[in-house]
Design a binder for this molecule. Structure first.
Ligand code: FAD
Ligand code: SIN
Length: 523
């Protein structure tokens, strides 16, 4: 077991973590920056983003209009100052990304092609075909490789933050506002060692937690580790009940993660129809298929419950096929691999868990409620999204907060001169080899089923109570294994998913009014 020190330790290598690392490394060439990531460097929600980045680019569009759309989608629970800051910084952050090498599609006039998605009153989505996230992730990783002061550590799993609870063990209880972060305990998945990574500044950029549900568009890494770690360290977690379900994931029972059919497809003109071929959205919202995500997902849920069908359909057959293919080659190819030709066939779709609007509460500079701990990207709750995120505002939020955190770290560089904090090593005494992998796998499945059945698009007091009981059982099982077995990523993820599920249920129970993505039959 060793102790490794960085000036800045970043957990996560999606758009949030990498953009923070690049900006900090460029401004502070003598600072040592570590990026810890639990899988391959590029594995992240970012890599799978399709639609694009929302930016006011067209001369006829305006910041005011993007602000209004963001607030309307968020059911006015957004922090308006934050909304204004993020939206007005967007063009600068986009130009920076382009300067770093990201390529986006042009239209026939030679300017950027601007797509449209639900809840937007203007075309303002900058994109790279239907694989925008892949383009961004690759661009950022190329930048990182050229910066000698960034060390990336793939297949390193962050287990817990190092805080005063570990460093000052004699103190029995801490005032929440005075807790400090000193880095993180990290499992090297190749050597199986748990090492202490200390840092003056730690940034949680660990993404969302879609894997808490049985059906999600999120890859397997999205287990809410950072939010759960911050929660255990007593950071403030807010708005976690606002879980966004994307209306149109490809319907393939038993396949997880679910493949996303981008909202940009509806922005391009596709219709949502039921089995009878009827467009049901027009009766629900005047924006039809382009109402905000919470409204469309609930309408589909209702359609499925009232018709008893398993899915609804996207109808693309009336669209200009050559242009469709030009915009959505990846979606077209994926559909073809499962025998669906979007030119001739309807695409079966269902809602799937997609995005966490809440998370670790941060201020405009990305500070969490714990000293020396920042959070950004999907793991954070900035106030931008309110009760429901506007499409394509997430990549944008991550870029803006990556920038803000880097600026704040640069201002506080002086703190790097402090002595390295002395922290104890991870206590792995008495832990046995894990014999319980089957229990862990089983409990993860049960937890996902409980959340999908009882804490999904439509909730109720009774369903939340039921969920809580089942989660308690899983918690007891998991803690028993945790106390006796050697730590594995699977076990840590189960603990983290359980913490996230518990937070969603508890915060749902507190909410008394239906807002945005939160809907209870009892409110
Ligand atoms: P991520 O990109 O998820 O990165 C998290 C990183 O943390 C990963 O590297 C992960 O391995 C690492 N990590 C997690 N836990 C640990 C741990 N314990 N130890 C070490 N490392 C850890 N948003 C848009 O704005 N526009 C879109 O078009 C869009 N399309 C989307 C399509 C799909 C299919 C999905 C799933 C999401 C989409 N989103 C979109 C949402 C957006 O992609 C994400 O919200 C955003 O990319 C999150 O970035 P992030 O850096 O915060 O997290
Ligand atoms: C999509 O392409 O539909 C996803 C966009 C987003 O999540 O913002």
């Amino acid at each position: 077991m060793s102790l490794i020190h960085f000036d800045v330790l970043i957990l996560g290598s999606g758009v949030a973590g990498l953009s923070t690392a690049i900006k900090t490394a460029k401004a502070l060439p003598n600072a040592k920056i570590g990026v810890i990531t639990k899988s391959f460097e590029n594995e992240s929600n970012t890599k799978y983003a399709q639609g694009g980045i929302a930016v006011v680019w067209d001369k006829l569009d305006s910041f005011e209009s993007h602000i209004k759309d963001t607030m309307d989608a968020g059911d006015q629970l957004n922090d308006k100052e934050v909304v204004r800051m993020v939206i007005s910084e967007a063009p600068e952050r986009l130009k920076e990304l382009i300067a770093w090498g990201a390529e986006f599609d042009f239209d026939h006039t030679g300017d950027y092609d601007l797509g449209k998605e639900g809840g937007h009153s203007a075309n303002r989505i900058i994109h790279h075909k239907d694989i925008t996230g892949f383009e961004i992730e690759s661009t950022l990783l190329k930048q990182v490789k050229n910066l000698p002061n960034i060390t990336t550590l793939p297949h390193h799993f962050a287990i817990d933050l190092i805080t005063d609870h570990h460093v000052n063990k004699k103190i029995k209880s801490f005032k929440e506002e005075s807790i400090k972060c000193y880095g993180a305990y990290v499992l090297n998945q190749r050597t199986q060692e748990i090492n202490s990574y200390t840092a003056h500044k730690t940034v949680l950029a660990t993404g969302g937690a879609g894997q808490v549900y049985a059906s999600t568009t999120n890859p397997n890494i999205a287990t809410g580790d950072g939010i759960a770690m911050a929660y255990r360290a007593k950071a403030k977690i807010e708005d976690i009940e606002f879980v966004q379900f994307h209306p149109t994931a490809l319907f393939q029972p038993g396949i997880s993660p679910a493949f996303l059919i981008s909202e940009a497809v509806r922005g391009f003109g596709a219709y949502l129809v039921n089995k009878a071929g009827e467009r049901f959205m027009l009766a629900i919202d005047e924006r039809g298929e382009l109402a905000s995500r919470d409204i469309v997902a609930r309408a589909i849920d209702n359609e499925l419950n009232t018709t008893g069908e398993d899915c609804v359909y996207l109808d693309c057959r009336h669209l200009d096929f050559d242009k469709f293919l030009e915009h959505f080659p990846n979606i077209y190819e994926k559909c073809m691999t499962v025998g669906i030709n979007a030119k001739k066939d309807l695409i079966p779709v269902i809602p799937a868990c997609h995005y966490f609007c809440g998370g670790i509460e941060v201020d405009k500079a990305g500070h969490s409620s714990i000293d020396n701990l920042y959070a950004c990207g999907e793991a954070s709750r900035t106030g931008l999204h309110g009760a429901n995120r506007l499409a394509s505002n997430s990549l944008l939020e991550a870029l803006v907060y990556g920038h803000n955190i880097a600026e704040d770290i640069i201002l506080n560089e002086i703190e790097f001169k402090k002595n390295e904090p002395k922290v104890p090593q991870w206590d792995a005494d008495g832990t046995l080899a894990p014999k319980e992998l089957i229990m862990i796998k089983h409990n993860r499945k049960v937890l996902q089923t409980v959340m999908s059945d009882f804490v999904s698009i439509v909730r109720s007091n009774e369903r939340l109570e039921k969920a809580l009981k089942r989660l308690d059982e899983i918690y007891i099982d998991t803690e028993k294994i945790y106390k006796n077995a050697k730590l594995s990523p699977q076990l840590c993820e189960l603990r983290n998913l359980n913490a996230i599920a518990y937070l969603i249920v508890k915060q749902s129970q507190k909410r008394k009014e239906n807002k945005g993505a939160f809907y209870s039959l009892d409110c």
